[in-house]
Design a protein around this ligand. Structure first.
Ligand code: C2O
Length: 656
């Protein structure tokens, strides 16, 4: 673990202290004085000054403005003090050899964690000391104090405002019960009659528990509400705790479903019970269809929720790009768009852990730094498309289909890892050591760690094998792509129209990366910007362990701000300046999407802020524009929230 409090390397202390000694305490951007110190040294030191700026901003990809992170400056200082005293106390309490051994282990630990995090270790200081960025100054998110509920806003103002039963008793650490049978989560459209009866019965029994039982259906729904509507603050912080829109999304939901499933099993007294998954990503054309609301959720009273969108009953196909307005596609087109979206969000656009899981969220951080690809879409679209309770994070847990929807999201984590390359779990200790609490099947409060959830087999469950044909989906080429230097169509053939389009590129202005005071409001109409591709070599030196091949090009839309209580969405296209809200997304020019599901956790009338990061390496290759110096990015507001004011503050490209 490399959080501040565990660092005991003398060298490291010296550096961190020197950072404070020199009185450098800028609070701009992320507000980590140490990090900014690094940036300044680099900028004014020998070497390439402009590269220095890029380097700095590469660590600030998730920068969300000044105020939100200002408190981190103090954190950094106080942790420095803690380091010194920790060293002293180690010395006091241990024999010298023991202390030395521990010190060495800690130093090794720090080094390996620096490697893992791909942080810059370089000789920027006169003393030749390696410096580390702010990341090692942080620490993992801790479980909140359940006795301090903030009265989160719930749609409809229902009581008890999703506060959870607060047990002043200390949570028990999670222990896997290795004697549990291996459970198999099956596709919900393939269940047999006996299983359906059991499934319905489990929810019947759960619904029959008294409301104040933490295992009751209403309390289970409140769990989701509490951690999305910010019923709790982070431990020792005034920041609201939010488990969506960051790297906690995947593991938190895995644990939530784990305990939900164990409670259902307990209701049945059947340890083999496993939650079925709604296989909406599967665009098979034979009955029973996986990509409609499965019959099991319509025909079994305990699995029904009457608030779902009436127009989305079978045989209407799920729209994985849905944003509150029917797309009006015929089934074949819908399947193609769904497949392309899946391919985009799991295969071509999610080649690195952070693109898939979302951005880092550590103790003391402002919430919602930015979601990963699957969380953004299709996960969000399925919520909105199902509608009713599912259409708002505050109420989603009231629909039994929610748990089946999330079982599929959870399954996709396993599928993603099976695709290879850099598609692996995050190794950052602040992710692995993040902790949550849940009530288990015996109504005992249990504390869990993200690191214990990375293997479903270890949690004693697995998924039925189903085809994932979107893995190999190739979108149909659109007629024209434009390139900076080389006019080509997306099927690789130069065309006169493409040549003409190339000249258009010159006329499109560059919006540029985020700077204080600059913003663009998209209110209903598309926005185009030229985006320069930075020199890859610079990023290569920062990412030494990653091969050239594996270094992923990432389009970063900075400072996205949307009203948190409204649906909104925009799609991102590359070299298709004329893209509009009718443009098919089953084309290689489609790069990704941003969708907001209404939630009130940031307070009524508050904006949700995020950074959108989309992997585009494969895309550029497919479009035949790997060698150009700039691309054109078009942002297209869409759907029901098309006219909602969406603000963006910058567009840039970097490598990770
Ligand atoms: Cu916690 Cu699908 O959202």
């Amino acid at each position: 673990m490399a959080s501040c409090s565990s660092i005991s390397s003398v060298d490291l202390q010296a550096q961190v202290l020197s950072c404070v000694d020199r009185g450098i305490s800028s609070t701009s951007n992320r507000g980590h004085s140490c990090q900014l110190f690094l940036g300044k040294m680099y900028r004014f030191g020998p070497g390439n000054p402009s590269s220095g700026v890029s380097f700095l901003s590469s660590f600030q990809g998730a920068s969300l403005g000044n105020a939100r992170h200002r408190h981190r400056k103090h954190q950094c200082k106080s942790k420095v003090l803690k380091l010194s005293s920790q060293k002293a106390s180690l010395k006091d309490n241990k024999s010298e050899p023991e202390f030395e051994q521990q010190r060495t282990e800690s130093a090794l630990d720090i080094n390996s964690s620096i490697d893992r995090r791909q942080l810059l270790i370089s000789s920027f200081t006169a003393a030749g000391l390696p410096l580390i960025s702010n990341q090692s100054m942080a620490s993992p998110i801790q479980p909140p104090d359940l006795t301090q509920c903030q009265k989160a806003d719930v749609p409809g103002g229902s009581s008890p405002k999703c506060c959870l039963p607060s047990d002043p008793v200390k949570a028990t650490d999670f222990q896997i019960d290795a004697s549990l049978p291996m459970r198999v989560r099956m596709a919900s459209h393939l269940l047999d009659a006996a299983y359906i009866t059991k499934y319905n019965r489990a929810y019947e029994l759960m619904r029959a528990l008294p409301d104040d039982d933490p295992r009751s259906f209403s309390q289970q729904a409140s769990v989701h509400c509490a951690f999305c509507q910010s019923a709790y603050l982070q431990k020792n912080s005034n920041e609201k705790l939010q488990i969506h829109f960051s790297w906690l999304f995947y593991p938190w939901h895995r644990w939530y479903l784990y305990f939900h499933e164990r409670i259902l099993a307990k209701m049945l007294n059947d340890d083999t019970f496993a939650l079925p998954f709604w296989n909406w990503d599967n665009q098979a054309i034979f009955s029973p269809l996986p990509n409609v609301i499965p019959a099991v959720f319509i025909e079994n009273p305990a699995l029904v929720d009457n608030t779902r969108a009436p127009s989305h009953q079978p045989p209407t196909l799920v729209d994985l790009t849905y944003s509150g307005k029917p797309g009006g596609l015929d089934p074949e087109q819908q399947r193609a768009e769904n497949n392309n979206l899946m391919h985009q969000e799991l295969v071509s656009g999610a080649k690195t852990p952070s693109l898939f899981f979302g951005q880092a969220y550590r103790a003391g951080d402002a919430n919602a730094p930015g979601p990963g690809s699957v969380e953004r879409a299709p996960h969000t679209a399925v919520h909105l498309w199902t509608g009713g309770d599912m259409g708002n994070f505050g109420t989603a847990g009231r629909d039994p289909i929610f748990y089946s929807h999330h079982a599929n999201v959870d399954r996709l984590w396993n599928v993603w890892k099976s695709l290879g390359g850099r598609r692996k779990d995050i190794t950052d200790p602040d992710w692995l050591n993040a902790e949550f609490v849940f009530y288990d099947e015996n109504a005992t409060l249990i504390k869990v760690k993200v690191g214990d959830a990375v293997s479903t087999e270890k949690l004693r469950y697995t998924y039925q094998n189903v085809p994932n044909p979107w893995i190999t989906h190739i979108s149909s080429p659109l007629s024209i792509s434009i390139a900076g230097t080389k006019p080509v169509s997306s099927n690789g053939v130069a065309s006169p129209a493409a040549a003409e389009a190339t000249s258009l590129l010159e006329e499109i202005e560059e919006f540029g990366e985020e700077v204080e005071g600059k913003f663009k409001q998209l209110a209903g109409s598309a926005f185009q910007s030229k985006v320069k591709r930075p020199v890859k070599d610079l990023f290569k030196t920062l990412k030494k362990q990653i091969t050239d091949e594996e270094l992923e090009e990432v389009l970063v839309i900075q400072g996205v701000e949307v009203p948190s209580d409204k649906i909104s969405k925009f799609d991102v296209f590359i070299n298709l300046p004329d893209a509009n809200d009718k443009t098919s997304i089953n084309i290689p020019e489609f790069a990704g999407t941003f969708v907001n599901v209404p939630h009130l956790g940031m307070g009524p009338g508050m904006n949700r802020k995020a950074t959108l990061r989309i992997g585009i390496g494969d895309k550029l290759e497919q479009l035949g524009i790997k060698d150009v110096s700039s691309i054109v990015v078009t942002l297209v507001p869409k759907g029901q929230g098309k006219d909602v004011p969406i603000v963006i503050k910058g567009i840039k490209i970097e490598y990770e």
